[in-house]
Design a protein around this ligand. Structure first.
Ligand SMILES: Cc1cc2nc3c(=O)[nH]c(=O)nc-3n(C[C@H](O)[C@H](O)[C@H](O)COP(=O)(O)OP(=O)(O)OC[C@H]3O[C@@H](n4cnc5c(N)ncnc54)[C@H](O)[C@@H]3O)c2cc1C
Length: 465
């Protein structure tokens, strides 16, 4: 039995009451005294009130209209500490916002309170040229950070397909993987996050320097147990990635290639497999032939030295290379912005009745996929992403699902589980329910230490309740 329903029908129980006018006035007074500008107009607060939860027809009615009662933008760790101190003093809850591209309403406050806008915290503080380890502030946009790392011959190991807008802090606190997951696994794998500077919401808030182990419970905790003011992370040697589009007339051959290519010694950074009807509805980079609705496509980011072997291997895999361009030099959308949840974004722009799931397929993948394809027909369209999970090459998938109501979506989830798929539920509100469904005792313990009053992002950490 799953501990909580997969598809929530109500907000989590036990949310604190919104702040009173008296609390808000006191907080605003303290913020102004510290030289900051509290945002209280309906327009300002409305502008801070949305993220990508709209992709979920389950979350939409629950989160729509939820907003903060006061906002403030910060540009230094000292200001974050002052905001935290004021929130504790007046007992007002605090939710952090990066770039608000999360898909589960991670930065949508469930109980009003203050929204901390962090885009002004955007410095790359340090790069160690011998190891590539860097320290950057959480509000930095990932593509800006990556560009600055390139000047040191380095690049980010993992980025979401939203890297042109998403922030580093939001990615670590609310994201999971994406481009690079084929090589580097997921953000919570040990070795990516090497340390963090954090502001607490203790009775007397502090600015702490945490090493890798101490920072771990704050990784992917939706900002429920501390506020990042800097993150220290590993990077990778920069590679001039080539964007390649392959075509296959048979789905089985496309699936085989999706299994075999990541199992080779080719250096690949992403492999995204799209069933023909999905490929047919995507916009393609300039110069790339549009999809005809019959051929399935694999999108690859590959190192230049992968090309000679790929070209000679493709006939045997029964695929064909139909387009290639260096990343950063093609016109129109980068290939990256057709992968991960960008696939969902583009398909939903054509048909807003589509939603999605996130599954890790069992191995071998073929039987589970066949079972799902047979039962769900064209009510579900298939989109796979190659990933490394627990050190092994695996296939994840983000199927596009025609919304026919909660029962139908639950039946699909149940069927996928019966076939051995692992669900990473995008229709969930709490940290735990969007992951493996289990409470992480270290995350909860960190909340007890750093946020004993439960003021940070209330309602999002199920284990706290
Ligand atoms: C089209 C599309 C494609 C996507 N593709 C991917 C993908 O490939 N991979 C992926 O993992 N995700 C993906 N996402 C989800 C999302 O873009 C990423 O998770 C992104 O990195 C979130 O960053 P953000 O700055 O927008 O964070 P936000 O949405 O602003 O915040 C996310 C969470 O982090 C917390 N937070 C933010 N800053 C801090 C801080 N300084 N301290 C503590 N907590 C903080 C917030 O409170 C919130 O809980 C996609 C979303 C969309 C809409």
């Amino acid at each position: 039995m799953h501990p909580t329903p997969d598809l929530p029908e109500a907000l989590p129980a036990g949310l604190p009451a919104p702040a009173s006018t008296e609390q808000l006035d006191g907080l605003a007074h303290d913020l102004r005294a510290a030289g900051m500008k509290p945002l209280r107009s309906a327009g300002d607060l409305e502008g801070l009130a949305a993220d990508g939860f709209v992709y979920s027809p389950v979350l939409q009615p629950l989160l729509c209209g939820r907003r903060a009662q006061i906002g403030v933008a910060v540009s230094s760790a000292e200001e974050v500490l002052q905001v935290a101190t004021a929130c504790v003093r007046h007992g007002v809850s605090l939710t952090v916002r990066g770039a608000a591209t999360g898909n589960y309403g991670q930065c949508i406050p469930l109980a009003g309170g203050l929204l901390l806008e962090t885009s002004g915290l955007k410095r790359l503080r340090h790069v160690d040229d011998s190891s590539g380890v860097f320290t950057a502030e959480p509000g930095i946009v990932l593509s800006d950070l990556d560009q600055q790392l390139q000047e040191h011959g380095r690049e980010l190991r993992l980025v979401p397909s939203t890297m042109r807008t998403a922030s580093l802090g939001g990615y670590v606190a609310g994201g999971s993987g994406g481009i690079g997951s084929l090589r580097w696994g997921f953000l919570r794998d040990p070795g990516h996050l090497l340390g963090a500077e954090v502001v607490t919401l203790e009775p007397q808030p502090r600015l702490l320097q945490l090493d890798a182990r101490a920072a771990e419970p704050l990784n992917h905790a939706y900002g429920c147990n501390g506020i990042f003011t800097a993150l220290t992370m590993a990077s990778a040697a920069a590679v001039p990635w080539q964007q390649l589009v392959l075509e296959f007339s048979s789905w089985d051959r496309a699936l085989e290639a999706s299994q075999q290519l990541p199992a080779s010694a080719l250096v690949l950074n992403a492999l995204c497999t799209l069933e023909a009807p999905v490929a047919a509805q995507l916009p393609w980079p300039q110069g790339c032939p549009p999809a005809d609705g019959r051929a399935h496509r694999i999108l690859l980011l590959a190192a230049p030295d992968a090309l000679p072997l790929l070209q000679s291997w493709l006939p045997q895999l029964q695929g064909a290379l139909i387009w290639q361009a260096p990343q950063g030099q093609s016109r129109g959308l980068p290939l990256r912005e057709l992968t991960w949840n960008h696939t969902t974004l583009h398909l939903r722009s054509q048909d807003p009745d589509l939603t999605y799931l996130q599954l890790l397929l069992p191995q071998p993948e073929g039987p589970a996929l066949d079972g799902l394809r047979q039962r769900w027909g064209d009510g579900v369209l298939w989109h796979l992403e190659a990933v490394r999970s627990m050190g092994r090459q695996r296939l994840a998938c983000l199927p596009l699902v025609r919304w026919r109501g909660r029962e139908d979506l639950q039946a699909l989830i149940d069927h996928a589980r019966e076939l051995g798929c692992l669900l990473f539920n995008p229709h969930a509100i709490t940290v735990e329910d969007g992951g493996l469904g289990v409470v992480d005792a270290d995350q909860v313990a960190a909340k007890h230490s750093y946020d004993p009053g439960g003021l940070l992002n209330p309602g999002k950490l199920r284990g706290w309740r």
